[in-house]
Design a protein around this ligand. Structure first.
Ligand code: NI
Length: 228
């Protein structure tokens, strides 16, 4: 399932991010790719320990923690510190699959990548190409979102970033280990949670106990399926 998470950052914050990212030092993206990835990856990244990257990454994590749609869709257990990449002049990242187990920088912990996230920091009309193309059971889906919006997709999917032929594409990207490893179970929980929330908003007094019972079903399924 692909989930669009709108307004992770507002336009003002995106502008501030862009100013800081424009002033930062970018390095070859191949530095952090695995052996297979390095063969198809051509872009630039902020070094993982970059002061700018860490400050902006922490800001993103703070915003995500307060974003109900993100929390409902991802059920995050661990989040990789957000990284930043940039493509221009034909740069691209060919078809690949993200690493499954990653050491979390600055800790002794590992993260299992269940979900991959791309947060767009440029408007779609600022560049040509640069579509994030994700293979899904229903065919390849192309994603190019307004600045401040984010897409979540299963880390198990093959995906690529097509060549950027005009302008510059800047994004943040990171991975999430979910409390619910199974994509199928996570999707069921998300659908149930969204339905319960919609019903809660519109339920009459006599419907309220039934909605409460449904909310109970959600939490009891989560209790069964989550590992924390
Ligand atoms: Ni990737």
């Amino acid at each position: 399932m692909l989930t669009l998470i709108p307004n992770v950052l507002d336009k003002d914050t995106v502008r501030q991010f862009r100013a800081r990212l424009d002033a930062a030092d970018w390095t070859d993206g191949r530095d952090t790719a695995g052996t297979l990835g390095a063969k198809v990856k051509q872009n630039r990244q902020l070094p993982a320990r970059s002061e700018t990257g860490m400050a902006l990454g922490n800001h993103i994590l703070g915003m995500l923690g307060r974003h109900p749609l993100f929390m409902s869709a991802a059920l995050p257990h661990r989040i990789y510190p957000p990284l930043f990449n940039r493509y221009s002049g034909g740069e691209h990242y060919g078809l690949h699959v993200d690493g499954s187990i990653m050491p979390i920088p600055g800790s002794h912990e590992f993260l299992r990548s269940d979900l991959s996230a791309t947060l767009f920091l440029c408007e779609p009309d600022e560049y040509d190409g640069g579509e994030l193309t994700i293979e899904t059971p229903f065919g390849a889906q192309q994603v190019k979102l307004p600045a401040g919006d984010m897409v979540l997709y299963p880390s198990s999917s093959l995906h690529e970033v097509t060549p950027v032929t005009r302008g510059t594409r800047t994004c943040s990207f990171f991975w999430i280990q979910s409390m619910v490893q199974s994509e199928e179970q996570r999707t069921l929980l998300f659908d149930l949670d969204q339905s319960v929330q919609a019903l809660t908003a519109s339920a009459s007094a006599e419907q309220k106990p039934t909605v409460l019972q449904l909310a109970g079903v959600y939490h009891n399924l989560l209790r069964q399926w989550a590992s924390v």
